[in-house]
Design a protein around this ligand. Structure first.
Ligand code: DUC
Ligand code: ZN
Ligand code: ZN
Length: 531
C-alpha cells in the first residue's frame, strides 16, 4: 500500500487543551498557553476559552485555488520517452505540475521507491458480451473494471457487439446500459460489425464514428460473426470514408471448419484439438487476405491478437511493401503454449482462446517482434468465462467437443505484471517500450491521446504506482475478476501495481477497490492517430 498523508499538521476540528498538553509534555502550563496564543495569532488555532483551542478546518484549496488536490512525491515518473525523478501535482483530476517540488497539496502520496507510470490502457477486453445461448461471460463492467484497476489499468476499451439482425445503434445503446454506473475505470467502446447491411454501412456506422466510436472489429471466422470477403471490403470502404480504424480477427472460417470436422470425425474432441484445428497456417492465410483486401481499399488495419511467427511474417512482408498494418499481441502468446491445452481431463479448456497459444519458437518470434517494434499494442484480450460452470468452460456441449468450449481467457489484471516481469525485468524490452506498449500507443491508436496514455501536464491523472521489486506469484485471488481461475496461476513475477488512480482518485489500493462503481466514465474518441 502506498502511504497517503494529509499535509496539515493537525486535522481540522482537533482540540488542543492547555492542561493536557502540559501533562503529556511534562511541562508547566504557562509555556503551553503562550504557544497556543502564538499559534492562534497566526490563524493556526482558534481559542475556544478556558485553555482550549481548536484547529480550524482549513480548506487549502479555498484559500488558494492554485493549491493541488494531490501530490505524488518522490517517485520516478516513466513515460514512453523518458524516465525522471519528479513529483506529480494533480488538480481537478488532471496533471497540472511536474517538477522537483510541486508545492503544497491537500493530500500527498509518498511514492519513494515506486515507478509512477501512465495507467494501463487495455484496448482489447470483452465485458458482458453476448457469447451464445447458455454461455455467460464471467465479467460485467463492475468486476471487469475492478480487475482492470487491480492490474494497474485506468482505461479499458471493450466491444459493443452487433448481433445479426440488430441495429448497430441499438447494440451500442445496450452496451452503454450495461456499463452505466458500473465501471471503476474509464471506458470507451469498439464496435463489432456482424451484419453490414446497407443501413449499417450507409447511415449507422458513419454516424457512430462521428459520435466517438472510431474503431470497429470484424471477424474472418465464427458462424455467427464471419464476414465474406465482399462484406469485409464494404466495411473497409466505410472505414476509409470515415477515417476509422478496422481491427481484424484473422483466422480463416472454412479452413477451421475443415480441420475441426476432420478431427471430430476421428473422435478427437478434447480441448487440445482446439489448437490443432486452428494451426498457424489458418491465421497466416487470413492475415495475408486481410492485408490484401485492405490494400485494395487503401486503408490501414490493426491485426489483433497476433499469436506467432507466421502472422508476424505476413505483417512484416506487408510493411516492406509500404502498407500500414498495425499489430497487437497478448500475454497468452508469451507465456502459454498449445501444450497447456493438453492438460489432463477438461483442464485444457482453461486455456482455450483464439488464436490459440503456439509453441516455444513462436513465443520467441513474438518476443523478437515486440523488442523490434513490430507490435504497436500489447492487450490482454480479456474474455473471461468460469471453468467449473455449465455456463462456462465445462458445460455439457463443451465436454462433448472442443468446438463448444467458450473461446477466451481472463487476463486484464495479469497483463501489466507479465509484460513488466518477462519483458522489462528480464531485459527483453525497455521501460519506455513497456509504457508505449501498455498505455501510450493504445491512446494514440484509438483516439484518446493526449488526454490519456501519458504523464504530461494537462493529461488526466491516470496513474499506476508500481513497485518494480515486489515479487508476486500470480494466483486467482489477486485477479479480482469473475472467472474462477486464472490461466496464469503460479507464474512468478517481479513488479506489481500497488495503487491505481483514475482522474486523480485512488480507485484501487492495498488489494481492494477504494472508489465506488460508477467512477469510471465513458470516453468518446477521436480518429486514430496512428503512431
Ligand atoms: N476473439 C477475441 O478477440 N477474443 C476472444 C475470442 C476471439 O475469437
Ligand atoms: Zn478476435
Ligand atoms: Zn478479443
Amino acid at each position: 500500500m502506498s502511504r497517503l498523508t494529509p499535509t496539515r499538521a493537525l486535522p481540522g476540528g482537533s482540540s488542543v487543551v492547555e492542561g493536557r498538553l502540559a501533562e503529556q509534555l511534562r511541562g508547566s502550563r504557562t509555556p503551553m498557553r503562550e504557544a497556543i496564543l502564538r499559534l492562534a495569532a497566526e490563524g493556526l488555532l482558534v481559542i475556544q476559552g478556558s485553555g482550549t483551542a481548536e484547529a480550524p478546518t482549513i480548506d487549502l484549496k479555498a484559500r488558494n485555488p492554485m493549491t493541488l488536490d494531490l501530490a505524488i512525491r518522490g517517485g520516478t515518473v516513466v513515460t514512453a520517452a523518458d524516465t525522471m525523478r519528479c513529483d506529480v501535482g494533480i488538480r481537478d483530476g488532471r496533471i497540472v505540475a511536474l517538477g522537483e517540488d510541486v508545492g503544497p497539496a491537500a493530500r500527498s502520496i509518498d511514492a519513494a521507491g515506486l515507478l509512477v507510470l501512465p495507467g494501463g490502457i487495455d484496448s482489447h477486453v470483452h465485458l458482458d458480451q453476448f457469447q451464445g445461448e447458455g454461455i455467460v461471460m464471467a465479467d460485467g463492467f463492475r468486476s471487469g473494471t475492478v480487475s482492470a484497476a487491480a492490474g494497474g489499468n485506468t482505461t479499458v476499451i471493450p466491444f459493443a457487439l452487433q448481433r445479426r439482425g440488430e441495429s448497430l445503434r441499438a447494440a451500442v445503446e445496450a452496451y452503454h446500459a450495461k456499463a452505466q454506473g458500473e465501471a471503476l475505470v474509464d471506458y470507451a467502446f469498439h464496435l463489432i460489425i456482424t451484419d453490414p447491411t446497407p443501413g449499417v454501412l450507409g447511415q449507422e456506422l458513419p454516424a457512430l464514428v462521428k459520435d466517438g466510436y472510431s474503431s470497429f472489429k470484424v471477424f474472418m471466422t465464427y458462424d455467427d460473426m464471419v464476414l465474406s470477403d465482399r462484406e469485409l471490403l464494404d466495411v473497409f470502404a466505410v472505414a476509409k470514408a470515415e477515417n476509422a480504424l478496422v481491427m481484424v480477427h484473422a483466422e480463416g472460417f472454412d479452413s477451421i471448419r475443415f480441420m475441426a470436422d476432420g478431427l471430430e470425425a476421428e473422435g478427437k474432441t478434447a480441448p487440445a484439438f482446439h489448437a490443432a484445428a486452428r494451426p498457424e497456417t489458418v491465421e497466416r492465410e487470413a492475415t495475408h487476405r486481410a492485408i490484401a483486401l485492405a490494400e485494395l481499399v487503401g486503408i490501414p488495419i490493426m491485426v489483433v491478437h497476433v499469436s506467432g511467427r507466421d502472422a508476424i511474417e505476413q505483417i512484416e512482408w506487408a510493411r516492406r511493401r509500404g502498407l500500414t498494418v498495425h499489430a497487437e499481441t497478448c500475454p497468452q502468446y508469451l507465456v502459454l503454449t498449445a501444450g497447456d491445452l493438453d492438460r489432463p481431463g477438461t483442464e485444457g479448456a482453461k486455456f482455450v482462446c483464439s488464436p490459440p497459444p503456439r509453441d516455444a519458437a513462436s513465443q520467441a518470434a513474438v518476443w523478437r517482434a515486440l523488442a523490434g517494434g513490430a507490435f504497436q499494442t500489447f492487450s490482454s484480450d480479456h474474455c473471461p468465462f468460469r471453468y467449473d460452470d455449465p455456463a462456462g468452460k465445462t458445460g455439457p456441449a463443451a465436454r462433448a467437443s472442443f468446438r463448444a468450449v467458450p473461446n477466451g481467457i481472463p487476463g486484464v489484471a495479469a497483463r501489466l505484471p507479465i509484460l513488466f516481469s518477462e519483458g522489462v525485468v528480464k531485459g527483453r524490452i525497455t521501460l519506455q517500450d513497456f509504457v508505449a506498449l501498455t498505455a501510450t500507443n493504445h491512446a494514440r491508436m484509438y483516439g484518446l491521446y493526449p488526454r490519456k496514455g501519458s504523464i504530461a501536464i494537462g493529461a488526466d491523472a491516470d496513474i499506476a504506482l508500481w513497485d518494480p521489486e515486489r515479487r508476486v506469484t500470480l494466483t486467482q485471488d489477486l485477479m479480482h475478476h469473475g472467472s474462477d481461475y486464472t490461466p496464469y496461476e503460479g507464474l512468478e513475477v517481479t513488479g506489481w501495481p500497488v495503487t491505481t488512480l483514475v482522474r486523480g482518485r485512488v480507485v484501487f489500493d492495498g488489494g481492494r477497490a477504494t472508489a465506488e462503481a460508477g467512477h469510471g466514465i465513458f470516453l468518446p474518441r477521436g480518429a486514430s492517430g496512428g503512431l
